[in-house]
Design a protein around this ligand. Sequence first.
Ligand code: ADP
Ligand code: MG
Length: 314
Amino acid sequence: DDVANKIAAGEVVERPFNVVKELVENSLDAGATKIEIELIDGGLSLIKVVDNGLGIDEEDLPLTVQRFATSKITKYEDIFSINSFGFRGEALSAISSVSDFSIKSKGNELRVSFGNIISISPAAYTNGTIVTVKNLFEKVPARHKFLKSPTSEYKEILKYIKHIALLNYNVSFKVINNGKVALNLINDNNLLDRVKKIIGEDYSFIELNFENKVKISGVVTTPDVQKFRKDSILIGVNNRAIKDNLIQQAILQAYHRKLPENRYPIAVLNIEISPDQIDVNVHPAKLFIRFYNSNLLFKDVYKAVESCLKNYDL
Ligand code: ADP
Ligand code: MG
């Protein structure tokens, strides 16, 4: 079982970035409005996530690292109507099997070292939850050698935090790397305010709101101020960061001929879709999800962007 856990762990968690993603999603699932991410060496030496979410009761603490234990579904049918993004109960089990792991909540701390439960003991009382991950993959050489430099791990994490912070503009996010504050976002009242903080003031954005079978909201840049930017299309589904080529294509097609070649729009789109219309279970790290009706979604995204660009014909 320990071996199975470590193999599965490699699928869910490949890099510090995946750890941060799982921990931040757990914090959001717990209703946190304030999330602090502390890193040392881009997460290679330390990842600490502190939230003000609903916390974990003492008796539930050991369950958090048990494989397939989740508080988010209680019966099989719930899989089809899950609202939170994590539900398979795999992440903490995986992470704690490949690191020196600690989870603290409500005055208790559970410590696990590379899959072995070390202790459950009293700790300073905190309202939310504090998860600490040290020495990731140190005892898993096959994984350890694939890790990149602290700088590239850090960049990947920061990119993700910006992405998720755009999709959850009402949540405060703080990132500290090697003791330096890299990002400090106090909760915003609307997406545009957060977009300005993260993407910059020197772009003009059009707000987008569309409702059909799905609800699409977000912002896109006007076609006249484009600068080429890599990774400039940020997509979310039910406020979780995902990557999706089809949605990206729908956005680009809606800009068709409005943009000079090799120029890309900046876009932040969140798609609110009924959980029974998606399968978040196709990719262990949940970076990609499956849409049951991708044709319709493509059309909806296209229409949403096209209609808000209509007034900006060049
Ligand atoms: P999943 O998110 O799929 O349920 P995880 O392994 O990520 O599985 O987490 C296991 C369980 O631990 C969650 O179902 C939740 O009950 C609890 N948990 C994890 N992180 C937090 C947190 N930050 N706040 C509250 N509960 C948490
Ligand atoms: Mg989770």
